[in-house]
Every structure is written in structure tokens, then in C-alpha cells.
Design a protein around this ligand. Structure first.
Ligand SMILES: Cc1cc2nc3c(=O)[nH]c(=O)nc-3n(C[C@H](O)[C@H](O)[C@H](O)COP(=O)(O)O)c2cc1C
Length: 341
């Protein structure tokens, strides 16, 4: 059975790729993922803030004052999540490249153009096979138009494109007024792949302490539907390869992703929750399913349920919204105390 696929100019032996997560912090864990059958791996992100803080720390140590460094850190607690910093990240990447045979995709997380982008070149020099750019910006300023944010993203990608020759994939959020337009724009600015979608960790409110708390919940298979829909809509309409992330927990989830048009399906929550051996289990199930359904390779499978190939546009577009709502209401069981309108 030929499970190979193409992603970011690479031929991968199968479509299962662990996405960015703390699992890639440890070389031993990465080796176990390779042994379990992972086709490539995405490293956890190097954050723009970490780089800026690192630069600031250097500046402070040179000018012998630690105060503004401490102040900057207190503004950026999320940047301390991984507590590595650019040099440690690069060193880790070199080690990983020395010990792994599968392609290693480095991940940069940031939104502004500027000095930190030079690290893309260093990631390339450290041996990264490709680069994933995680664009995560939360526009809380009412003065800021969506078009300005989109321009910012395209400019950053353009700058990275000019900085490295590595293939670049952009990991996006689903929150665009017109995702297809944005996807095309990013393809035009040099993205070879789009990773749909970044998953957001919303803060929660503790009603007793009156504090906000970070709430990190792992995904479930039902969250697959959002990237599934968008990849099915975009496949063949934008000149990029797609990676699906969010909600891949089983072989069935992976098959759905491939059918929608993903070249690779990525996993984080499933591996964090149920262990790295899930890669091997899902691969075996995928293989059995393909055999039973008489596929000899992934080629006819990838995109077979996309809008372009299946012609089922209504199912993925607005018409479905109306029919789903209408089909549910008549069956809804209302509690006895509530009168139907
Ligand atoms: C603990 C944790 C850490 C993560 N760290 C990163 C990261 O550094 N960079 C990134 O792009 N995505 C990161 N992600 C997002 C995952 O790569 C993935 O896109 C997301 O979890 C959805 O996939 P899943 O449903 O398989 O978990 C992280 C996810 C988790 C759960």
C-alpha cells in the first residue's frame, strides 16, 4: 500500500504529522514519534515575543540593568510558556536534525515584520526542512480594519519569503471575512502550504477570585468539521497544499481530512492525551480502510470529497445551514414546563 503524499515540496511516506506541541521539546519523544511512523514533525513555535525578550535581555546584560527586562517579561507571560529562547531553540533543532531521518518543520509564531524575522534564516541554517508560520494576532482595537491585519500578514509572509528559500506553510485562524481571498493572497505572497486551523485557547473567568485564567482544553473529533469544510471549499481553488489540524483523533478523522483535500493530517491533542503509539495504530487502521475500499494510493482519495471534485457545494455552503437548522427544530424535545412557541 502506497501511503505517500506530497507536502511543501517533500515526499512524505504517509500523511500523519504531529503538529506543533510540547511533544517536540524532547528529543527522545521525537524519536519515538518517528519510530511510531510519523512522516514528518512540526516543532513547537519559536515566538516573536521570545526573540524580542531575548534581544532585550542581551541589551540589558550589555548595559548592565535588568529592570526593563523584568518589566517586559511581566507584560508577556505567554511568551514564557516554553521558556526556551531563540538560541536554545536553534540548538535543539540542530540536535533533532542530527538524530531524526524524517523532515522537521520549524515553527515561527509572530505577526510583525522586523528584526526577529532574521531567525527564519537561522532556522534554515540549522537544518529545518520547511517553515510553518503561525499567524496569531488578536485585533482588539476597534480602529483597526480587517484589511490592515490582512496586509500585515501578507507583508510578514513576503518578508519571510525573501529571507529564506525553505518552503513556507502558513497556519491560519478561521476568523477571516473572506478566507478564500486571504488564502489566495497568501499563496501569491509565497505560501506553499496552508495549515487549517490554528486553535485558540480562550481565557476563562473565575467568578470568585475575579481573575481570568488560561483554559487549555484538548480538542475532540467534532472540531474537525471546521477545517474539513474549509479545505473542501478551497481545494483546487488556491494553489497551495493543505494540512489539516484540529480534531484529528482517529483514522476516520484522517481519512475525512484527506477526502476534503488535505495532503497531510496533523495531530496534537490525541498524542498528548492517548500517547505516541496512536500514530502507529491510526496508520494501521488507515491502511486497512484503504485496502478494504480498494485504494492503492492516496492520490485518488485526496480531494475526492472536495467541492471541486464532488460537486457537493451546497453541503458545504450556506444552503446547508438552513436545512440543518430546519431539520432539527421539529424533532427537538422541549422540557414539559416550556411551551413551544
Ligand atoms: C499544549 C499545546 C501546545 C501547542 N503549542 C503550539 C505551538 O507552539 N505552535 C503552534 O503553532 N501550535 C501549537 N499548538 C496547536 C497544535 O499544533 C494544534 O494545531 C492544535 O492543538 C489543534 O490540533 P489537535 O486537535 O490535534 O490538538 C499547541 C497545542 C497544544 C495542545
Amino acid at each position: 500500500m502506497d501511503l505517500s503524499t506530497h507536502y511543501l515540496g517533500m515526499r512524505l511516506k504517509n500523511p500523519l504529522v504531529p503538529s506543533a506541541s510540547p511533544l517536540s521539546r524532547d528529543l527522545g519523544t521525537l524519536q519515538r514519534m518517528e519510530e511510531a511512523g510519523a512522516a514528518a514533525v512540526v516543532m513547537y513555535s519559536l515566538f516573536e515575543e521570545e526573540i524580542l525578550i531575548g534581544d532585550l535581555a542581551l541589551h540589558e546584560s550589555l548595559s548592565a540593568g535588568a529592570e526593563s527586562y523584568a518589566e517586559a517579561i511581566s507584560y508577556l507571560p505567554e511568551a514564557l510558556y516554553y521558556q526556551t529562547g531563540p538560541e536554545a531553540y536553534l540548538e535543539h533543532l540542530r540536535q533533532v536534525k542530527d538524530h531524526l531521518e524524517i523532515p522537521v518543520i520549524a515553527s515561527l509564531n509572530g505577526v510583525s515584520t522586523g528584526g526577529w524575522v532574521r531567525y527564519a534564516r537561522e532556522l534554515e541554517a540549522a537544518g529545518a526542512d520547511a517553515l510553518e508560520l503561525n499567524l496569531y494576532y488578536l485585533p482588539s482595537d476597534p480602529q483597526l480594519a480587517g484589511s490592515v491585519v490582512e496586509e500585515m500578514y501578507a507583508q510578514l509572509l513576503g518578508e519571510l519569503r525573501r529571507t529564506v528559500t525553505l518552503p513556507i506553510a502558513v497556519k491560519l485562524s478561521p476568523f477571516f471575512s473572506s478566507l478564500p481571498h486571504m488564502a489566495r493572497r497568501l499563496a501569491g505572497a509565497g505560501a506553499q502550504g496552508l495549515v487549517l486551523f490554528n486553535r485558540f485557547y480562550q481565557p476563562d473567568i473565575d467568578i470568585e477570585s475575579l481573575r481570568t485564567e488560561p483554559a487549555l482544553e484538548l480538542s475532540t473529533s467534532s472540531e474537525l468539521r471546521l477545517p474539513l469544510r474549509w479545505i473542501a471549499l478551497l481545494f483546487g481553488n488556491v494553489a497551495v497544499e493543505f494540512a489539516l489540524t484540529t480534531g484529528v483523533h482517529t483514522a476516520e478523522d484522517a481519512i475525512k481530512g484527506l477526502m476534503a483535500g488535505a495532503s497531510v493530517t496533523m495531530m496534537a491533542s490525541e498524542l498528548l492525551q492517548n500517547g505516541i503509539q496512536r500514530i502507529g495504530e491510526i496508520l494501521s487502521e488507515l491502511e486497512v480502510w484503504l485496502e478494504v475500499h480498494e485504494y492503492e494510493s492516496l492520490v485518488p482519495l485526496i480531494g475526492s470529497m472536495s467541492v471541486l471534485r464532488s460537486g457537493q457545494s451546497a453541503a458545504f455552503e450556506r444552503a446547508n445551514y438552513i436545512s440543518v437548522l430546519r431539520s432539527y427544530l421539529p424533532d427537538a424535545e422541549l422540557p414539559a414546563s416550556v411551551e413551544a412557541p
